[in-house]
Design a protein around this ligand. Structure first.
Ligand SMILES: [Zn+2]
Length: 313
C-alpha cells in the first residue's frame, strides 16, 4: 500500500509541480500585465505633462517676446520724449494760437527778456549795445536800489521797458481783479517813479494763456484795456525757463529754428541771475539773425499783437 501511494506521489509530483508553476506563471503574468498597464498610464501622464510643459514654455516665450516688443516700444517712446524739450512743446502749443501768417522769413524779430532786472541785466544791455540792437524788457518789481537803477538804464539806452507784474506770484496776481489791479498799480508806480514814465506794454506772468489763473483772463485783459495798456505774449521760446538750465547751444537752436514760422517773431528769454547761458547765447543769436538780413526791433505801435489768448481760452 505504502509503495503504491509512494508511486502515486512520484507520478503526481511533477504534475503538481507543473500545475503550481503554471499557476504561479499566470499570477506573475497577470501582475506583470498590471504593472505594464501602470507604466503605460504613467508614460501617458508623463507625455501629457511634457505636452503641457511644452505649451507652457511656448506661452512663456510668447509672453517674453511680447515683453521684448513692449520694452522696445517703451524705449522708442522714451527716445522720442527725450528729443522733445519743453521749449518745443511751448512753441508747438503757443505758436498755433498766434495768428501771424507764415512767410519765408520774418520781417522783424523782437528780443524780449522777462523777469528782470537781475545780475545779468547789465550784461544783456552791454551785448545789445555792442550789436546796436534794441531789446524789450518785461520787468518785475524789486526793492533793491542797485537793481532799480536798471529800469532807468533800460530806458536811457533806448530799449523798451514793459511791465510783467510787481510780484510775479500767480496766486496773488490772479486771485481777483482787485488783486491784479493792486499789483499793476504797484509796478506802474515804481517804474513811473524811477524812470519818469509808466510803460504802456504788459506781459502776463505765465502768458495770457496761463492755466493758473482762477478767473478768466478776459477779466484782467479788461483792466489793461481800460488803462490803454497793450499786452504781448511770444511765439518763439529760447527754452531758458527750464530747470536745469539749458546749455548755450540749445538756447541758440531754440531761438533760431522757428523764426521763419512767423511774419514777426517774438522770442522769449529770461533775465534772471541764474540764467547765465542765456547771456552766453545772445551774441550768436543776434549775429545769426543779422546775417539773415532780419531787423531786430523794439516793440512799437506797428508791432503785430502776438497773443495767445482767444475768446475760446
Ligand atoms: Zn515771468
Amino acid at each position: 500500500m505504502r509503495v503504491h501511494r509512494l508511486k502515486r506521489l512520484i507520478l503526481l509530483g511533477p504534475y503538481m509541480a507543473f500545475l503550481i508553476s503554471l499557476v504561479l506563471c499566470i499570477i506573475l503574468f497577470v501582475s506583470l500585465r498590471k504593472e505594464d498597464q501602470k507604466i503605460e498610464a504613467l508614460e501617458e501622464e508623463i507625455s501629457h505633462v511634457t505636452v503641457n510643459q511644452n505649451s507652457l514654455i511656448e506661452k512663456v516665450s510668447s509672453v517674453d517676446s511680447s515683453i521684448d516688443e513692449l520694452s522696445s516700444a517703451v524705449k522708442a517712446i522714451s527716445n522720442e520724449l527725450s528729443l522733445v524739450d519743453i521749449g518745443a512743446i511751448e512753441r508747438a502749443g503757443e505758436g498755433n494760437k498766434v495768428a501771424t501768417p507764415r512767410t519765408a522769413w520774418p520781417r522783424k524779430v523782437y528780443l524780449t527778456f522777462d523777469d528782470g532786472p537781475s545780475a545779468n541785466t547789465g550784461k544783456i544791455l552791454d551785448i545789445l549795445a555792442q550789436y546796436k540792437v534794441k531789446g524789450n524788457f518785461f520787468v518785475v518789481g524789486t526793492e533793491d536800489p542797485e537793481l532799480q537803477k536798471m529800469y532807468k538804464r533800460i530806458v536811457d539806452e533806448g530799449h523798451v521797458l514793459c511791465m510783467h507784474s510787481y510780484s510775479h506770484r500767480y496766486n496773488e496776481i490772479y486771485a481777483s481783479v482787485d488783486a491784479f489791479k493792486a499789483d499793476l498799480d504797484k509796478i506802474s508806480a515804481l517804474l513811473g517813479k524811477v524812470t519818469g514814465s509808466v510803460p504802456s506794454i504788459y506781459r502776463f506772468p505765465g502768458g495770457s494763456s496761463n492755466s493758473v489763473s482762477r478767473l478768466p483772463m478776459s477779466e484782467f485783459i479788461k483792466v489793461l484795456d481800460e488803462r490803454n495798456i497793450t499786452y504781448y505774449d511770444w511765439n518763439v521760446v529760447a527754452g531758458d525757463a527750464t530747470n536745469p538750465m539749458l546749455p548755450k547751444e540749445k538756447i541758440i537752436e531754440n531761438s533760431l529754428c522757428d523764426l521763419n514760422e512767423y511774419e514777426e517773431a517774438m522770442i522769449l528769454f529770461h533775465d534772471l541771475s541764474n540764467k547765465t547761458s542765456t547771456v552766453e547765447a545772445l551774441p550768436e543769436i543776434i549775429e545769426a539773425i543779422q546775417k539773415s538780413g532780419i531787423t531786430i526791433a523794439p516793440i512799437d505801435d506797428t508791432t503785430i499783437t502776438i497773443r495767445h489768448y482767444t475768446n475760446t481760452n
